[in-house]
Design a protein around this ligand. Structure first.
Ligand code: ATP
Length: 284
């Protein structure tokens, strides 16, 4: 067996001592053997884009085709061309994490690279910040308008966070799920825990983390929307919030300067959830 693997024909056995002879060509093969193993194991660790060989599958030749036809005839039935795997139902993805961890940034990038996702727009009573777009980043309403929406039961969940109301309008979720879109909901941890109670296991929750507390504080400082007092409150809250990580399905580290990796990991989570045999059914 070992000889066949080395390309040595079994009907013409070579004495083992020859294989140890440094002048024998077979000795060279023995020397190459560990390198060959190393080569194949290194290929298997490469991702698709870096794999050196093309994996194009050649189309069947005419002989192959007629063989296929004869299989059809011998089974005396026509093969259906309808898909064997049905399109998965729309899913809801809840993206959460401490303030300043990069939820908005990750979602903004996900929006650019991913289709058939609807990003639920949150309604807030806080004032609009420079650069924000009403209806895209948030729906900006007054406190009175917000409370009227609560009264009319138009919100999936809502909370009073850092002095302002924030909530998720239900209408857009129903509308886009009916069209077959997956939904991404961006909420703080308090909101995510409320959504967990509403959706139970029917939504997928992703907890976004910075690589360290220092990094989180630096991001909040970079954001420049904080006073010293509110910064301290957010940092203290973040320390507490990290303890809730075990309540979520996935954790993604959004490391400094590694936004693309974080976004790719979130995409992989979406793909894996969509490929599950037993799908979750989002009940809103
Ligand atoms: N991977 C990253 N590397 C470096 N900086 C980042 C990264 N991700 C986000 N940031 C920066 O961190 C800051 C906070 O990001 P972002 O506003 O997206 O956080 P957030 O979690 O949505 O915050 P909040 O919940 O308070 O609105 C921004 O200045 C953003 O540019």
């Amino acid at each position: 067996m070992f000889r066949r693997f080395l390309g040595i024909k079994c009907h013409n056995p070579i004495p083992f001592s020859n294989l140890l002879d440094p002048f024998s060509p077979k000795f060279k093969l023995i020397q190459l053997f560990p390198l060959t193993l190393q080569f194949f194991s290194s290929i298997s660790q490469l991702d698709d884009a870096r794999r050196p060989f093309s994996s194009t599958i050649p189309p069947p030749d005419e002989a192959g085709r007629s063989e296929l036809r004869s299989v059809k005839v011998s089974l005396s039935s026509l093969f259906s061309s309808s898909p064997l795997v049905l399109n998965p139902r729309p899913l809801a993805f809840v993206i959460t994490g401490p303030s300043g961890v990069g939820k908005g940034t990750v979602i903004k990038r996900l929006r650019e690279v991913r289709e058939r996702l609807h990003f639920a727009v949150t309604v807030t009573s806080r004032p609009i910040r420079p650069g924000e777009v009403d209806g895209k980043d948030y729906y900006f309403v007054s406190k009175e308008e917000f409370l009227a929406m609560v009264e009319r039961k138009e919100l999936l969940e809502y909370a009073f966070v850092y002095g302002d109301y924030r909530g998720i309008p239900k209408g857009q979720i129903h509308e886009f799920m009916a069209k077959g879109y997956d939904i991404v909901l961006r909420v703080d941890i308090q909101g995510a825990e409320t959504l967990k109670r509403i959706f139970r296991t029917s939504a997928v929750s992703v907890f976004l983390m910075a690589e360290s507390e220092v990094e989180l504080v630096e991001r909040l400082i970079d954001k420049r929307t904080e006073t010293k007092e509110s910064l301290l409150v957010r940092v203290a809250t973040a320390r507490e919030e990290v303890k809730h990580i075990k309540n979520f399905d996935y954790v993604v580290v959004n490391a400094d300067g590694k936004l693309e990796s974080a976004v790719k990991l979130v995409e992989s989570i979406i793909d894996a959830e969509k490929a599950k045999v037993l799908h979750r059914k989002a009940v809103v």
